[in-house]
Design a protein. Structure first.
Length: 355
């Protein structure tokens, strides 16, 4: 199909981003200034959205990967005040904040942004993030987390649209609960997940869903995207498909591949082992124990290392695979984002279509 491919920025709000390597970059201090500069540059370059993840515990090791993380909602509220057009998504781990509290937080940021705000719903897979706060009662949550998330989102949607909400569910009970102000319009919902339960959830509830895992080819992503769209269509809904992608670009493919290999050579095996150990507790991530170190270095997230023209061609192929958009991460946001805008964007055919 090959329509307009939306571009998003996966913000550098955690130390190390999406590459587990004991080097600088990709290790970074997730500062306000770094995130502000990246979003302002992305907005000026025509990116459609930016998303910050939620993270409450990292994986340690010499790199301290993800040990430092900015809180998503407060970060996006600040970014809303210094941007004008780009859409902003904050992530919530549903075990950590009651939906009635979150409903007012989101409505506040939507007001600050002038209607540019949406919420990324994270059911949560890392037991150790929540157990440290006493928020993981038992491992049944691995099984029923999307049921929990569905109740959570139902409450959010009702609080954003109804005068008051009384709700008697398995996980939440509300009595005549009021939340004002309301968002000026319906807030977009983003979700992710690859299990059967996750796909059912996003087909029912999401406006956009992150699809794909490991190093999926455009052809594989086309298949997953079609499955998602078919499920949504069966419910008379339309769900857009996003993919995460780490971009390593340079003048030539050889230089870019050498740069990627340097991260693999300097990978933090201690942090990777903890990442795999934590992932292995999730029944939906059992295959992570067998990840190749090169794949684990990039946290199983797809990556592209190529020339500027090669990266542009790959992104165009994702558009041809019927993805709605791609959310980009970089080893060094301070230099890589401006280079992407200057050297790669003009080469993309999928950016010549009207929005």
């Amino acid at each position: 199909m090959g329509g307009h491919l939306q571009l998003g920025l996966f913000l550098p709000s955690t130390s190390g981003g999406m590459i587990i390597a004991d080097a600088t970059p990709p290790q970074n201090k997730p500062t306000w200034q770094l995130n502000k500069n990246a979003v302002v540059a992305a907005e000026a370059g025509g990116f459609e959205f930016a998303l910050s993840q939620v993270k409450w515990r990292g994986f340690g090791g010499p790199s301290g990967h993800w040990d430092s993380a900015l809180e998503s909602f407060t970060l996006m509220s600040a970014l809303a005040a210094v941007t004008d057009r780009i859409r902003l998504y904050a992530s919530v781990a549903v075990r950590t904040i009651h939906p009635a509290i979150l409903a007012k937080m989101a409505a506040t940021i939507d007001e600050v942004s002038g209607g540019r705000f949406g919420v990324n719903i994270v059911a949560g897979w890392n037991k150790f993030e929540y157990a440290q706060m006493g928020l993981w009662q038992d491992d049944n949550y691995f099984i029923d987390r999307y049921e929990y998330a569905a109740e959570y989102l139902t409450i959010l949607q009702r609080l954003w649209s109804e005068p008051s909400v009384t709700f008697d569910g398995k996980h939440f009970q509300l009595q005549d609960c009021v939340s004002l102000p309301k968002p000026a319009q319906r807030l977009s919902i983003v979700c992710a997940g690859q299990s059967e339960g996750a796909l059912d959830f996003v087909a029912r509830e999401a406006d956009y869903a992150f699809v794909g895992r490991l190093n999926d080819s455009p052809e594989q992503l086309r298949s997953v995207t079609k499955a998602l769209r078919d499920r949504a269509a069966g419910r008379d809904r339309a769900v857009g498909a996003y993919s995460l992608l780490t971009v390593i670009a340079d003048e030539t493919a050889d230089i870019a591949l050498a740069r990627k290999q340097s991260y693999i050579d300097r990978r933090d095996d201690v942090a990777i082992a903890e990442f795999l150990r934590a992932s292995g507790k999730d029944i939906n991530r059992a295959d992570y124990a067998k990840l190749d170190p090169a794949v684990a270095t990039f946290m199983s997230i797809p990556s592209i290392a190529s020339s500027y023209a090669g990266v542009a061609a790959h992104l165009d192929a994702l558009a041809e695979a019927d993805l709605s958009g791609v959310c980009l991460s970089f080893p060094d946001f301070s230099t890589d984002v401006p280079i992407f805008i200057e050297r790669i964007l003009p080469l993309m055919k999928s950016r010549s279509h009207p929005m």
